[in-house]
Design a protein around this ligand. Structure first.
Ligand code: ZN
Length: 305
């Protein structure tokens, strides 16, 4: 995929904010080249803009928040992973609340929204971040790494010892030149133990959380009647989060991500380390001569443009 992309038309939907339980309207608007993904808080005076950038990340507890111009927007990661998967570079996202709606807890409803809007190729080349040297973040016993790789591969090791989690795969490695994010990862929902939800709600967080937007686990089993969407839905959701968090770099990575017990905090530390260590990566664009790499990113063209 060589050209920058935006969407063709304005699209809008309504959902619930998972932390506030507020009804939230989100509207995606086409944007000119080199705009990036920019949020507008429609509910605040002056409609402040917040660029979806890794160095604007202000909070990583339970979700990723970005702040700029004295305004914050939370829960951006699932929407960002949807933009990544559709190869969308430039969109203005208007929101009338402090968080992106949770929808069904996955990236799939946002992908549907983008497909409904249609995709527009723009007349300037996309720039990718190609990893040249390994980067690693350690935080307590969690690690997150970026390594050189011709394409994009991501793996995650989930550690949580709980007899429900223990019945399902805790490791996934996906090479996105062979496996479709849209089909195999995008529908993975956020998840958690009912006990953890009670603790979060005592702190006025996750007030909008329900079986409509999360997989809930009690002491013995999965509470949702329909069970899981993928056998490895838990670990795939962690990959979905990491991909969304890393797309706050503003560019698709050519390289490999490895997460071990990592989460939003580690993902953002890794993105910041990359931005600081400029000898570890380079910008690349594709021209006709670079077909092997171009082929690697064919997964980013799932819809006609
Ligand atoms: Zn998530």
């Amino acid at each position: 995929m060589k050209q920058q992309r935006t969407i063709q038309t304005i699209v809008s939907t309504i959902g619930i904010g998972v932390h506030t339980a507020n009804k939230v309207q989100i509207t995606l608007n086409p944007a000119p080249i080199n705009t990036g993904i920019v949020f507008i808080r429609e509910d605040l005076p002056g409609r402040p803009q917040i660029a979806a950038k890794a160095d604007n990340v202000s909070n990583t507890m339970l979700a990723t928040s970005v702040s700029e111009n004295n305004a914050t927007i939370s829960c951006v990661e699932h929407l960002m992973s949807a933009f990544w998967s559709m190869g969308i570079d430039n969109v203005i996202v208007e929101i009338d609340s402090e968080e992106v709606p949770i929808m069904d807890g996955s990236a799939a409803p946002f992908i549907y929204l983008i497909k409904t809007a249609g995709i527009e190729e723009q007349n300037v080349q996309r720039r990718y971040i190609r990893i040249k040297k390994a980067l690693r973040i350690e935080q307590e016993d969690a690690t997150a790494q970026l390594l050189p790789y011709d394409g994009f591969k991501a793996s995650y090791q989930f550690i949580y010892d709980h007899h429900v989690y223990n019945r399902f795969p805790k490791f996934a490695e996906i090479d996105f030149s062979k496996t479709s994010f849209v089909d195999e990862v995008s529908r993975a929902r956020t998840f958690g133990l009912i006990k953890e939800l009670d603790q979060a709600q005592a702190l006025n967080r996750c007030l909008g959380s329900s079986l409509e937007n999360a997989v809930a686990i009690d002491d013995y089993s999965i509470v949702n009647q329909d069970g899981l969407r993928y056998e490895d839905e838990f670990v795939k959701h962690k990959l979905l989060d990491a991909i969304g968090d890393l797309y706050l770099l503003g560019h698709t990575i050519i390289g490999e991500f490895k997460g071990y017990k990592s989460g939003h905090t580690t993902n953002n530390l890794l993105a910041r380390k990359l931005l600081a260590q400029t000898d570890a990566w380079e910008f690349v664009s594709f021209d006709e001569k670079q077909t092997p790499l171009t082929k690697t990113f064919e997964f980013l063209q799932p819809v006609a443009v």
